[in-house]
Structures are given as structure tokens and as C-alpha cells.
Ligand binder design. Structure first.
Ligand SMILES: Cc1cn([C@@H]2O[C@H](COP(=O)(O)OP(=O)(O)OP(=O)(O)O)[C@@H](O)[C@H]2O)c(=O)[nH]c1=O
Length: 632
């Protein structure tokens, strides 16, 4: 894949996207970039009139967003990222800068201005390379912008309002989303479409190419903001460090990224490229760099068609602890791993090859070794380990999903078919045996560990003195809260059978803030007193009647001014994004995933006010609300 040389340069780096925009995340994920998302807290309030041109404002905002994240990650003693990417999209019309509308009236004001006219969309991008010297953060900033011209048709007032009521404009610069319903408003686009959507991918790749494959010194031109890259194309780049050409080595060997998506956005198996014919052809380059034609495949569909094989291969390798065996060891041969694990040599070799094809392992003539992300996420003992959740997915969710057809026909969970017994109470199911209980707790623990920081920092919680995490399981979030807010006394309230098993999951070392564990059933027992109650990944599991009981109880014990923090995946208003949440719904529990406005409505019904929603762009979002003051 032609993009591999430039994006390949980022593979071994810790890349952070300093943006909450789901569009930016999707654009970069689609091309196989592996990155973490840490939304910036930089407030977009730079004085617009102090910039000579609108794009300077966008570039400076992008830079400040990225620098804020780089500094925060460095200060909080997280591992300093290698590269932080920030972006800011603005729309300009008649010399005015339009950002995201604050309300529907504002959206109307913006869309009326754009109506029937051509306008410009600028995205400023900052790429910050970070390093740490004597514990000081050092940064090298590269920035650029891209301009795309867009023309709206003449639109009636009625249509504009209909569009505004769809809810789409609210989180988008200029009040429209060209990639969805807003596309219907647009007569033409001149320039990079993805730049309008929020990220100028082509220019970004060219910029990386410039950075990592700099032209000979005498050709370098210095410009303040370079909107015309000096590299015309990022194809055919040869890697100065390895003359053996990254390009031919990687061609046809696209890797799966951490989310299991094919990095090239195309099918990974080159055999399949020629076996299915469609009407389209695109030029590909062969080993000798000569163009040839190949069938363009419905890559998304093919990816989904094979997705279950990929998931199962990763599940089984995890279950057999192959990543644990390979951790910190040099390359091992299939036969050595098979002997250690007690599996057949031929089966093990096929599984290891599959994991290598998926980008989870590296294969060399000396044998197999873990990739960085396998070491971090797939071994069972790492701080960021997803092993617990993967085993839960294999042993519990997979059997439920094999009965999806019946689940859809019947509209109910399929425990009776998958496990030979009817689902009783959701959690009684998990706790019926010690083994299942520990598996479930390990699954919850691994997700809580990965999401705790996002949830704990989504809002500034320093005003609270005490917090109670209802259903807080192993205390992973509670410990993180204690680390971030040293003055916060944190209690975990969970079922006795959970509390009895938490010791195994406690963080090592003396330096962790103390967390108190209290046993009880939050549907039946009195809740401990606290200024802040937390429900993390609880509400989506329960039917409305149970939620009524729980929220009524919390509302009753919450004093005015106290707060409730809910951590869930918040769906967009159309309830189709993010796909993880929508797919989780297919488990057919009696609960459901909710959109932001549904959470707001639900919480207000139980006497909470000032509902604030933070889309973190990671695995969990956060909703904070306050108990209403009693009316005088
Ligand atoms: C014109 C247009 C814009 N957008 C979105 O508008 C937001 C701009 O706001 P931002 O301030 O640049 O970004 P953000 O969403 O606040 O995220 P962050 O980077 O955290 O500041 C970004 O989302 C873009 O995708 C679309 O999705 N489609 C379009 O056609």
C-alpha cells in the first residue's frame, strides 16, 4: 500500500490525537494509523481579529490544542507521547469565521449566511514531536492548513430548519456536516473533501513525507504556513534508513490496527484481489513499481466478512496465553510455543501466522515475537491489559452472538441457547460460579483500567470531598480518582460476592490512595453518603424499572449541589455512532444504549440539573449532573 512508507514511520511511536472529533478519529483509523485519543481542553477563544488571515487562526488553535495535550500528558507523569496531532476546522464566509453553533438559532444564522454562496473551509493541523529532557517537555511543531471551497445551493428557510432540527449541525463548524445530511445542501466542492469533514489527510501524509523523507537541503524552502507542500506525492518514497525499500516489503501486507481494521482500508490478502471482479479498476504498483490494474473490492464488506475469523484468532491466542509466553522473550519458534502451551505444532503455527498477518505478532526467520501493542494490551498482566475482556468476549459474548439470528427473531437474550440455561437476573448469571465470577470481574477490571483516566478527567471533580462508585467492582476507577484528586475520599459499593474477590485486583505498592469497599445491593440497601455518586457502565445494562429504582434512590440521598457522574458510551442523536455501542446492544440485555439527549432527559426526570456531556472520543464518555436545589 502506497501510504505505508509515511504512516509506517509512526508505527513504533506513541501517537496521540488531541481531538474529540469522531470524524478525525475515523479518517485516521481508516488508513490504519494507530493512536490514542486525548481530547484537548484548550478553549477555542483566541482573539480572531488578532490574526491577519482566518487560516492563521485555525492553525494557531490547532497548535494550542495539541500543545495543551502534550503538556498535560507530560505533567501528569504519563509516558510523554512521541507525536501529538491537533486540528481545527473553521468555515469562512464574507471574511467572517464560523465555528460550531452554540444553539439552533446560531446554526440558523450560520446556515443562512452560507445559503446560495461559495465559502471556504480551512482546517489547521499541528503535528507536535515531543521529547523529554531532564524531565522537561521539548516540542517541535510542524503546522499547515488546507483550504477547500464549498458552494451551497439556494435553500428554503423550511429546509434549513428541518436540517437544524435533525441535530446534525450542532457539533460541526459552520453548522453542517458534508459527510451526512449536510451533503444534500452542497452544490460543489473544490478541493479535499476530507478537509471539510475535519482532517486534510492527503496534505497530512505529504507533510509526514516531508518530515521523514526531507528533500536535499538546497531544496528546502522556509514558509510560515505551508499550504502548498513541497512533496507532490507520497508514493515511491525510499526509506533512507533501510535501503531495502519499505514499500515493496509492505506492499500487499497491510496490517490490522489495534481495532482490528485493515490499515490500508483494503483487503489484506492479495490473492483475493484478483479473485473477485467488480466493474472498477484502480492502478496498483507491482513489486517492480510498475503500474498494473487490479479489481477494486468492496473493502469494508470483505473486512466485515472476515472479521469474525480475525476476532476468534485473537481470542484463542489470548486464551492459550500465547502473548504471555512471548512477552519479553526473543523470537520463539512455533514448536517451542506449542510445547509450552500444550497444543499441536501445525495448529499453533497456523494460529501464529494468522496473528502475524493481523499485525499482532512479528514473524522473522528466527520465529515469532509480540508487537508492542500485543505486549501492552494482550498479555494478561499489563496495566493496560485487555486480556480479561477478551476472555469474556470469547467465553460469554461469542456464544451469545452465534445465536444472533434467534436473538433478533425473538428480541431477547440467548442464554438458554448459548449456555443451556435461561437468563435470570443479569448479574446472578455472572456470579453463579467462582470461575465465571472471576472472569467477569477481570473483564470489567480491564475495561475500567483502560477508561478510568478518561472518566476521571472528563470533568474537573476537585470540588468534591467524597465519592461513591456504585457497582465500582474491583475499584479501578476509584483508585484513579484517588490518584487524580488526592483530597477525594472514594468508596466502592458493590455486591458482597464482588467485594469478597477484589483483593486480587488491587494495585501493587503503598503509594496508591486508599479506597473503601462497602458491600451492598444498590437496588435494595441504603447507599453510603457522598457528594458525588458514580455509575460507570451500569445504566445500559438494566431495564427501565430497575433504573427507576436506582435513580430514585440516588436522587433521594443526593443533597442539593451534590452530583452524579455517569460513564457510558453516549450515542449520537441518530443512534448509529459509535458502532461499538450499537453492536453491544445486540447482546439483547433488557437495558439499552442512550443518546446524549436521552441521558439528559432521564437524569432530569430524577431531579438532576445542569446536565453536561463530555464525549471523550475513547471507550467511555461521561455525563455530569447536579441535584437540583430545593425550591424555596
Ligand atoms: C464543515 C464540517 C465540519 N465538521 C466537524 O466540525 C468540527 C469542527 O470543530 P473543531 O473545533 O475543529 O473540532 P471539535 O469537533 O471541537 O474537536 P476538537 O478537535 O477536540 O476541538 C469537527 O469535528 C469536524 O469534524 C464535520 O463533521 N463536517 C463538516 O462538513
Amino acid at each position: 500500500m502506497v501510504l505505508n512508507p509515511v504512516l509506517g514511520k509512526l508505527v513504533s511511536k506513541r501517537v496521540v490525537l488531541a481531538s474529540a472529533s469522531p470524524r478525525r478519529q475515523e479518517i485516521l483509523t481508516n488508513v490504519g494509523l494507530r493512536f490514542e485519543v486525548v481530547p484537548s481542553w484548550f478553549k477555542e477563544t483566541l482573539e480572531k481579529s488578532s490574526f491577519a488571515a482566518p487560516y492563521e487562526y485555525a492553525v494557531e488553535t490547532a497548535k494550542q490544542k495539541a500543545l495543551e495535550v502534550a503538556n498535560r500528558m507530560h505533567v501528569k507523569h504519563l509516558r510523554t507521547p512521541d507525536v501529538v496531532i491537533g486540528a481545527d476546522t473553521i468555515v469562512t464566509v464574507d471574511e467572517q469565521i464560523l465555528e460550531k453553533p452554540v444553539d439552533k438559532q446560531d446554526a440558523y444564522r450560520m446556515l443562512s449566511r452560507l445559503n446560495g454562496k461559495e465559502h471556504s473551509v480551512f482546517t489547521g493541523v499541528a503535528i507536535i514531536h515531543c521529547s523529554s529532557k531532564d524531565n522537561q517537555l521539548e516540542t517541535e511543531v510542524t503546522d499547515f492548513y488546507e483550504e477547500t471551497k464549498v458552494k451551497f445551493s439556494d435553500l428554503s428557510e423550511e429546509l434549513l430548519w428541518e436540517y437544524i432540527h435533525s441535530g446534525e449541525p450542532m457539533d460541526k463548524a459552520g453548522g453542517y456536516g458534508i459527510q451526512a445530511l449536510g451533503g444534500m445542501l452542497v452544490e460543489y466542492v473544490h478541493g479535499d473533501f476530507l478537509n471539510v469533514v475535519g482532517f486534510p489527510l492527503n496534505h497530512f501524509c505529504k507533510k509526514l513525507a516531508e518530515l521523514y523523507y526531507p528533500p536535499p537541503k538546497h531544496n528546502v524552502q522556509h514558509k510560515k504556513y505551508d499550504s502548498i507542500p513541497s512533496v507532490d506525492t507520497f508514493e515511491n518514497l525510499s526509506d533512507g534508513e533501510s535501503e531495502s525499500s519499505d514499500f515493496t516489503e509492505h506492499k500487499g501486507a497491510s496490517k490490522l490496527d489495534s481495532s482490528g481494521m485493515c490499515s490500508s482500508g483494503a483487503i489484506c490478502n492479495s490473492e483475493n484481489n484478483s479473485s473477485i471482479k467488480t466493474g472498477f479498476t484502480v492502478p496498483l504498483e507491482n513489486q517492480n513499481g510498475v503500474s498494473e490494474s487490479a479489481a477494486k473490492l468492496p473493502s469494508k464488506i470483505l473486512e466485515l466478512m472476515d472479521g469474525f475469523r480475525a476476532s476468534k484468532a485473537m481470542f484463542v491466542a489470548s486464551k492459550l496465553k500465547m502473548f504471555d509466553h512471548l512477552k519479553d522473550k526473543g523470537p520463539l519458534k512455533a514448536v517451542d510455543i506449542a510445547n509450552e502451551v500444550g497444543t499441536s505444532v501445525c495448529g499453533t503455527e497456523r494460529l501464529l501466522d494468522a496473528c502475524a498477518a493481523l499485525g499482532l505478532l512479528e514473524k522473522t526467520p528466527q520465529g515469532y515475537s509480540n508487537t508492542d501493542s500485543a505486549n501492552t494490551y494482550l498479555t494478561s498482566d499489563g496495566e493496560c491489559s485487555l486480556h480479561g475482556y477478551i476472555i469474556h468476549s470469547n467465553d460469554h459474548i461469542w456464544p451469545l452472538f452465534t445465536n444472533l439470528e434467534s436473538a433478533v427473531k425473538e428480541g431477547s437474550r440467548q442464554n438458554h441457547r448459548a449456555f443451556g440455561k435461561k437468563a435470570e437476573d443479569l448479574f446472578k448469571d455472572y456470579y453463579h460460579s467462582q470461575e465465571v465470577k472471576q472472569r467477569f470481574m477481570a473483564a470489567m477490571h480491564s475495561i475500567a483500567q483502560l477508561t478510568a483516566r478518561d472518566v476521571a478527567t472528563a470533568f474537573d471533580l476537585s470540588r468534591f470531598k467524597s465519592a461513591c462508585d456504585l457497582g465500582g467492582c474491583t475499584g479501578a476507577l476509584a483508585h484513579e480518582l484517588g490518584q487524580i484528586y488526592p483530597n477525594l475520599k472514594v468508596t466502592v459499593f458493590d455486591l458482597p460476592e464482588v467485594i469478597a474477590n477484589t483483593s486480587y485486583f488491587q494495585p501493587p505498592g503503598q503509594n496508591t490512595a486508599p479506597v473503601t469497599f462497602i458491600s451492598g445491593d444498590f437496588f435494595k440497601d441504603d447507599l453510603p453518603e457522598a457528594d458525588l455518586y458514580i455509575l460507570s457502565r451500569i445504566l445500559h445494562d438494566w431495564p427501565d424499572e430497575k433504573i427507576h429504582v436506582l435513580l430514585s434512590k440516588i436522587s433521594a440521598v443526593c443533597k442539593p449541589g451534590s452530583a452524579l457522574l455517569v460513564a457510558e458510551i453516549v450515542l449520537d442523536e441518530q443512534k448509529t455512532h459509535p458502532p461499538r455501542a450499537v453492536l453491544q446492544s445486540l447482546s439483547m440485555t433488557e437495558g439499552k444504549q442512550r443518546s446524549g439527549s436521552e441521558y439528559k432527559q432521564l437524569l432530569e426526570k430524577y431531579g438532576f440539573t445542569n446536565v453536561q456531556i463530555k464525549i471523550t472520543g475513547n471507550l467511555l464518555d461521561a455525563v455530569l449532573c447536579f441535584k437540583k436545589n430545593l425550591s424555596p
